[in-house]
Design a protein around this ligand. Structure first.
Ligand SMILES: Nc1ccn([C@@H]2O[C@H](COP(=O)(O)OP(=O)(O)OP(=O)(O)O)[C@@H](O)[C@H]2O)c(=O)n1
Ligand SMILES: C[C@](O)(CO)[C@H](O)COP(=O)(O)O
Length: 237
């Protein structure tokens, strides 16, 4: 099915990458021929149904403007916030105020996303006029640890348990409303809002799970970079 509606994209890229233990924020680490962030942005800029890519960068980020892709005509910069959800909200607020209808939010730290999966997600959300996220059913047995202990409290029911990836796709005004209701007047976000879907769920909006490649890893710890290199090399050209 042709996607005859335009989507904007918000790329939260304001983090410091503590868990990566690197000298620079992980979105700027080299990944083969360019930075992690350039790979990620490049997954979206050449899609015909993407009209704008809002890159949410940290207040004092001096690296983004050194990237060639910074001058891409589809790119618009917004300043991020304290937590990921604050950064996403700042991007969504910009789109809400300009009347954008549909958005996909995708972590800067997920450069291995397959374009086929992005298209599949957009088609699902456009066809069903419904929010949706890329994800993958868990493969391992999942255990719940006891509080302040590494002893197993119980084994989680695995059926129906999914890893949530990004992009996470939604109607802009629904996501604006959902995130806004989770931010205090002081600007603090509900810590349970670790992705866009959790805010949408709390607001009562339905969100679909759309099966995507498990290669769509989030670069979080040092060992993830080598895996990302392998996946980027194995991407469909
Ligand atoms: N205040 C923040 C925190 C995170 N992010 C972005 O959200 C994505 C996913 O977050 P995460 O993997 O947690 O990145 P960091 O917060 O940078 O990692 P860490 O928790 O290890 O510091 C990343 O692309 C990150 O740049 C953001 O835009 N604004
Ligand atoms: C949005 C996300 O990537 C979905 O799995 C994840 O919640 C981000 O978590 P982080 O702790 O901010 O990396």
């Amino acid at each position: 099915m042709v996607i005859d509606h335009m989507f904007s994209v918000v790329i939260p890229a304001s983090g410091i990458g503590k868990r990566m233990q690197a000298e620079i924020p992980k979105q700027y680490l080299p990944l083969l021929d360019k930075s992690v962030l350039e790979h990620t942005i490049g997954c979206f800029t050449d899609l015909p149904f993407v009209d704008e890519v809002v890159v949410v960068i940290a207040q004092h980020d001096e690296m983004f403007n050194t990237l060639k892709i910074a001058n891409h005509p589809k790119i618009h910069k917004v300043i991020g916030g304290k937590e990921r959800a604050n950064s996403v909200f700042n991007g969504i607020k910009y789109l809400y105020e300009k009347g954008t209808q549909w958005v996909m939010v995708h972590d800067a730290a997920r450069p291995c996303v397959e374009q086929d999966d992005i298209v599949n997600l957009a088609q699902h959300c456009f066809t069903n006029k419904q929010a949706g996220i890329l994800g993958s059913p868990v493969r391992d047995t999942m255990k719940r640890a006891g509080s302040n202990s590494n002893l197993i409290e119980h084994t989680e029911e695995r059926n129906g348990l999914w890893h949530a990836f990004t992009p996470q796709c939604s109607n802009v005004s629904q996501l604006f409303q959902a995130l806004n209701s989770q931010i205090s007047t002081q600007g603090d976000i509900n810590p349970r809002v670790t992705d866009e879907a959790s805010a949408l769920e709390m607001a009562g909006f339905p969100v679909a799970l759309v099966n995507g490649s498990a290669k769509n890893i989030k670069i979080t710890q040092p060992e993830d970079l080598a895996l990302a290199e392998y996946y980027i090399k194995s991407k469909k050209q």
